[in-house]
Design a protein around this ligand. Sequence first.
Ligand SMILES: [Zn+2]
Length: 120
Amino acid sequence: MPFSYERARRELLKEQEELREQLEHLETAGYEGIGHSSHMAEDATEAFEQAVGVALRRQLESSLDEGERALVKLDNGVYGICESCGARIDRARLKALPSAGCCITCQARHEYNGTRVKSR
Ligand SMILES: [Zn+2]
């Protein structure tokens, strides 16, 4: 099956929808109230849960960000172009990961360096 931009867009939109739902769920689950407990042990548990919640939320937001950027790139006709080196991203990679912002080579290099490709 040939690569389809429409399919990529549909998948990205579906993914964004799911990510937003997860974020919403995370917010309604309630990780607030930290430090208001009178028990030290409960505070520790809450602090841990909040840390997990914050990490998860950050991850979700970053995924949302990536998806949003990919959608903008689709609109601008630059979808599938590596943000780091300008090379064409492998179609198989885009199929597996529609929000991929850079090619596999750059991704590997960034991961090796311990950094992520981020615009901010
Ligand atoms: Zn690249």
